[in-house]
Design a protein around this ligand. Structure first.
Ligand code: C2E
Ligand code: MG
Ligand code: MG
Ligand code: MG
Length: 291
């Protein structure tokens, strides 16, 4: 049942609860070390236009490789980072690394317009967040328009005023602001209008049902309509089938992200991926039979 709530199930049942308290203690102290070492890294998942195949951007996703435990997925270590107070450290680390990577891609002329970084709700309550982002932009030398930060609707619940203030300050820098997992939180439509968003990401749970469930298709259609009306970019998450891609193109969704396009990639894989992508999908993505 909890799975039916999509990627959002930790709101009701924290995956961290699967671990014994002892394990959690070890993991959170090891996470601190992982942050300081090379065991934590970012992978990047491409986002493209379903109509033209043009590259919209990439989303940076954290990966933790532990020598003893193997790959630990974010759904397990993000809640731990939240509990142990390491989430701000993780957020700053991700912002800096993603911006450095963008500087490299720009120098190599790879053709990736922007990089999106996920930030925790907690981080949006830190008054120092906008100036920290400004500092990283200066340090890495990338234009603000090359960076997007992703927030979720849970950001809004605890302290609406400070979240709106942070959102405005971030947008004032010229950095993009994206609402992640849209449709899984509360008072969602009001948030779209009240926040200075530049992008909305339609949650995978709606994309998933689109080819079978009439309601899902209606919701996707409505969000695309509202987003476009408000001048926002719209990214559909978790696109896995050619049929979903086709429907998203039909309703005018400007960008898609999902395993059908590409799994998240290592930073070094991106230049080759972009080249191959443009060669094989130069004209139109939807009309091609996608394997
Ligand atoms: P998210 O931000 O909604 O990221 C999308 C998740 O969906 C990623 O999972 C991605 O690998 C997965 N995904 C992409 N395409 C598909 C698809 O076609 N099908 C399916 N089934 N899944 C797909 P991942 O990397 O495991 O991350 C899970 C969540 O952990 C993220 O959800 C995000 O909320 C959080 N997260 C990841 N990295 C960070 C980070 O650096 N900081 C923070 N605060 N949170 C992060
Ligand atoms: Mg999600
Ligand atoms: Mg995200
Ligand atoms: Mg998401």
């Amino acid at each position: 049942r909890a799975r039916d709530a999509g990627g959002n199930c930790y709101r009701f049942f924290s995956p961290a609860m699967n671990l014994r308290a002892h394990d959690r203690l070890i993991l959170s102290s090891v996470l601190g070390t992982a942050l300081a070492s090379e065991r934590l890294r970012l992978v990047y998942q491409p986002q493209v236009s379903p109509r033209t195949g043009a590259i919209h951007g990439v989303e940076a996703l954290a990966r933790w490789h532990d020598s003893a435990r193997g790959e630990i997925p974010p759904v397990r270590f993000i809640p731990l980072a939240e509990e142990s107070g390491l989430i701000q450290v993780l957020g700053e680390w991700a912002l800096r690394l993603a911006c450095r990577q963008m500087a490299r891609w720009m120098a190599d002329d790879v053709g990736i317009p922007s990089v999106s970084v996920n930030l925790s709700a907690r981080h949006f309550r830190e008054p120092g967040l906008p100036s920290m982002i400004a500092g990283i932009l200066r340090e890495t030398g990338i234009p603000a328009s090359r960076l997007m930060v992703e927030m979720t609707e849970s950001t809004m619940i605890a302290d609406l005023d400070s979240a709106i203030a942070a959102a405005r300050a971030i947008r004032a820098l010229g950095v993009g602001l994206s609402m992640d997992d849209f449709g899984t939180g509360f008072s969602t439509l009001a948030n779209l209008v009240n926040l200075p968003l530049s992008e909305v990401k339609i949650d995978r749970s709606f994309v998933d049902g689109m080819d079978r469930v009439e309601e899902s298709r209606l919701i996707v259609n409505a969000v695309v309509g509202i987003g476009r009306h408000l001048g926002m970019s719209i990214v559909a998450e978790g696109v896995e089938t050619a049929r979903q891609l086709e429907i998203l193109d039909e309703v005018g969704c400007p960008a898609v992200q999902g395993f059908l396009i590409s799994h998240p990639l290592e930073a070094e894989q991106l230049p080759d991926w972009v080249r191959t992508w443009h060669q094989s999908h130069a004209a139109s993505l939807v009309r091609l039979p996608v394997a």
